[in-house]
Design a protein around this ligand. Structure first.
Ligand SMILES: Nc1ncnc2c1ncn2[C@@H]1O[C@H](COP(=O)(O)OP(=O)(O)OP(=O)(O)O)[C@@H](O)[C@H]1O
Ligand SMILES: O=C(O)c1ccc[n+]([C@@H]2O[C@H](COP(=O)([O-])O)[C@@H](O)[C@H]2O)c1
Length: 221
């Protein structure tokens, strides 16, 4: 084994031989996608490239347990928009959570890893979610189930590194340059991918639509 291959084993955690054998390599991006936008596409393409993944699956969530139901577009509508935004055969838009009957990420990941034992999964999320993940149910289980890649997001990335989850798993953080080996890592193992940044946000899109509707009404009276 070359010196560069030994680096992660010695300093950054352990390569799990079973995970190293698994194919295909799949990033899981859970989200409300209310609606999907270029930020989702951008981080998916970044993850495909920087983590050496074969596919990214968008898990369009029936209902984020921490978000209000009011204002959440129907799942079918969010799926259709997500398919239109993805525009890449490696990005698969799925309603897996709805099919599995799960709402909490830890439950979803447990069922998925059991259902697809030959797949090498990585959990993907934006830096804003690293700041919040300690509020999710059984959140530490997520880090013990799968390697995690956090994608930078404007105004969140620096703060995210002092988040409770980043602190709790401080010793399991890998350097970004070892991204292509992350899928083989024995959890817990996570890293932050610093860029490129994309400012798109579903909240901003919804606010712009509301404003457009108000202006439209104003113009017609
Ligand atoms: N521009 C972006 N840069 C990096 N990560 C992003 C970006 N937009 C969304 N994400 C990540 O994609 C996942 C799904 O995001 P989500 O569907 O909630 O979109 P959002 O724009 O954050 O929505 P909202 O504004 O309604 O909270 C989350 O992990 C989120 O952190
Ligand atoms: O499991 C939880 O407790 C939990 C709490 C909040 C959010 N999540 C998941 O986090 C992902 C991102 O959610 P969102 O709404 O920020 O796009 C999505 O897959 C949600 O189901 C999960």
């Amino acid at each position: 084994m070359s010196a560069s291959q030994e680096t992660p084993r010695r300093h950054y955690g352990v390569i799990d031989p079973a995970r190293a054998r698994r194919r295909p390599r799949v990033g899981l991006l859970g989200g409300s996608f209310n609606p999907a936008h270029e930020g989702h596409r951008q981080i998916s393409l970044t993850a495909l490239h920087r983590l050496g993944l074969d596919e990214v699956w968008w898990l369009v969530s029936p209902q984020n347990p921490l978000k209000p139901e009011a204002g959440m577009a129907p799942l079918a509508e969010r799926m259709a928009t997500a398919r239109a935004v993805a525009r890449d055969p490696r990005i698969r838009v799925t309603d897996i959570e709805s099919r599995l009957g799960t709402r909490f990420t830890a439950d979803t990941l447990e069922k998925l890893t059991r259902r697809y034992p030959g797949h090498g999964f990585v959990w993907l999320m934006g830096a804003d979610n690293l700041l919040q993940i300690h509020k999710w149910r059984d959140w530490q289980r997520i880090f013990h189930l799968l390697p995690v890649a956090v994608l930078a997001r404007p105004s969140y990335s620096l703060k995210a590194l002092s988040a409770p989850a980043a602190q709790r798993f401080l010793r399991s953080r890998w350097p970004e340059r070892l991204g292509r080996r992350l899928v083989q890592a024995e959890p817990p193992a996570w890293l932050l991918i610093h860029g490129p940044l994309n400012p798109a946000s579903a909240t901003a899109i919804r606010a712009a639509r509301r404003m457009g509707r108000r202006e439209g009404k104003g113009a017609s009276t």
